[in-house]
Design a protein around this ligand. Structure first.
Ligand code: 8YV
Length: 315
């Protein structure tokens, strides 16, 4: 039986690839040497795009698929999908919310702890024999009881804040408006004011044109030489030039980052900074969550082609 043709933008684990290949005729964009020629050849057959959060589907890709009906994103973030191009043609877009929330929050908090307590350097100290040859590891900075700011109290921000409460932290948040479900935490509308009262600032905003560089020089300076920035959202929410300059100058204490401009080829200047923890965009990267994300990508595609309601539509 002929199955719908789909364009797969990036790789998936085998447990997702096999059922996808069984249900659809899959064209692997990421394996094509000449991507433009590949799109020109297969584009007219494509009825669905299966992509990843950070890869999305840009205007050129969407335009190359004149019969496209749906874009299914493996990720909660859909900022890399050209929504205007999809809206203009009535193309549906889906994502994978909820299933990854807890893991992203876990990694954000783990990054805070790792960076503040020097876990990576301390492990190297023990492993290299420095403990025995040079003595105790240098003292680090406390986390519990400190002031935490959460920029963006959506699903992920809320789970981060819940976890921080377990460390007896003094929590405040910024968002477009105070959240009715967050009266236990202080609402501070202005991100600069939030940064000013924070020892740790978490960036958990869904990225859009409106949030681009919302963490700019002013926010970074307000966080200050004792402050730490933790970003588990999108690199575009942070002005990376301002961040690199502040980390180098010590006007920002430290950063813990899971996302980077141009990732995976991130700015090499990060490598020479001792006060930054680098993570390879894997906040949702557990077996449990990735299986649920893959299932949801397929559930959305299957529902669409069966003419059923989409489980997790964006538009
Ligand atoms: C994934 C993400 O790492 O959910 C998102 O928006 O960026 C992450 O969960 C990514 O989509 C997997 O490719």
């Amino acid at each position: 039986m002929a199955t719908p043709h789909i364009l797969q933008v990036g790789p998936y684990p085998a447990w997702d690839q096999e059922p996808l290949d069984a249900a659809f005729t899959v064209h692997r964009y990421f394996e094509a040497a000449d991507k433009e020629a590949f799109l020109a050849e297969v584009g007219p057959q494509i009825r669905a795009i299966a992509t990843r959060g950070e890869l999305g589907a840009d205007a050129a890709m969407i335009a190359a698929c004149p019969n496209l009906e749906i874009v299914s994103v493996y990720g909660v973030g859909y900022d890399a999908v050209d929504l205007d191009a999809c809206r203009a043609r009535g193309i549906r877009v889906t994502n994978t919310p909820d299933v990854l929330t807890g893991d992203v929050a876990d990694l954000g908090v783990a990054m805070m702890l790792a960076q503040s307590r020097g876990i990576v350097g301390a492990e190297a100290w023990a492993r290299s024999g420095s403990w025995a040859s040079q003595g105790l590891y240098q003292l680090q900075r406390r986390v519990w009881g400190k002031r935490a700011g959460v920029l963006g109290l959506g699903r992920i921000g809320f789970e981060v804040a819940k976890r921080l409460a377990g460390f007896d932290m003094d929590i405040a948040y910024s968002d477009v408006a105070a959240k009715p479900y967050a009266s236990q935490w202080e609402f501070i509308a202005d991100p600069v004011a939030l940064a000013e009262r924070s020892d740790f600032l978490f960036v958990t905003l869904a990225a859009s044109a409106a949030t681009r560089h919302i963490v700019g020089r002013e926010v970074i300076e307000a966080l200050g030489p004792e402050g730490m920035l933790i970003n588990v959202s999108r690199a575009a929410n942070v002005d990376e030039e301002a961040l690199l300059a502040a980390l180098a100058a010590g006007t920002l204490g430290s950063a813990a980052l899971d996302v980077f401009e141009g990732e995976p080829d991130f700015d090499p200047r990060f490598l020479s900074l001792p006060n930054v923890l680098l993570q390879p965009h894997h906040a949702s990267g557990t077996v449990e969550t990735r299986k649920a994300m893959g299932q949801l990508v397929r559930d959305n595609l299957t529902a669409h082609f069966a003419g059923q309601e989409l489980p997790t539509p964006v538009i």
